[in-house]
Design a protein around this ligand. Sequence first.
Ligand code: UDP
Ligand code: MG
Length: 318
Amino acid sequence: MPQLSVVVPLYNEAASLAELCQWIRRVCEQNHLSYEIILVDDGSTDESWSVIRQLAQQDAQIRGIRFRRNYGKSAALQEGFRAAGGEVVVTLDADLQDSPDELPVLYRRICQEGWDIISGWKRKRKDPISKTLPSRLFNKVTRWVSGIPLHDFNCGLKAYRSEVVKNIEVYGEMHRYIPVIAKWAGFSRIGEQEVTHYPRRYGSSKFGWSRFINGFLDLLSIHFITRFGRRPMHLFGTLGLMAFFVGFVIALWLGIQKFVFLQYKMTERPIFYVALAAMVIGVQLFVAGFLAELITRHFADRHNYQIAERIRPLEPKG
Ligand code: UDP
Ligand code: MG
């Protein structure tokens, strides 16, 4: 078991791979760390894979995974995590924006200080302002929603205790929220480390403006799934009952006015339509909650709880 697994997701980064691997090797050898490098080619259309083949021939620590098509950074990370055999797993962007010089510090902080995750913080960020400004907003919102005090959630450079990456699932575009996912899986010792950041030298950024919209939607999903994923009725049912109750009370009041006090015609009052809509929406929400409950009943991981330790585990009798 190597001490360090370095997982590198990459999409069309042929130009920087050789330098990156060399740099990682130099740092690990100087610091006497045993390591493996897992290069996950996310369906590149340039020469990345042939470069990886060559590199792997020269260096036995290099392992490669190639996707048949482009699935996205999260998928690449998930697959890299699955393959990683090291005690500490570090993820690194392939574009040389993150520095492998940080590896020893990250390794030490996980192993000796006992953190589950150390997330990089690009304090002095070398990116255009069109990226840094929205990113600040993004981080603020995520901090607020998740309650995790990190400055830089989306930093590609992060270190994990092996247990963490084996027990979380990163899909869609959820790589931006790995600390949030990990926290909900019960890994709450999440620390931060300032890291140096370099401008991109080769190739171009793989994420455009859509990252901000997608990122925000993902945050909503993650918030919903982690809080209500196992009990959707509590959300939909509550909202549904509330809406129905409001509508019902208004309708009742209008009914009393009409039939007891013989005032107004019901349908001439705008609020009648509010009552009607509220009751219909209430029932809809309730039904949505009910359907969601039926669906989640069949989730395979319904009873997949994170168990930290056991004392004298019960052996199944056979
Ligand atoms: N990446 C990937 N699959 C994709 C898009 C990106 O594996 O579909 C990799 C990319 O090659 C790089 C890392 O994810 O190693 C971060 O991407 P990029 O540098 O473009 O992001 P930015 O620094 O602009 O946030
Ligand atoms: Mg980059």
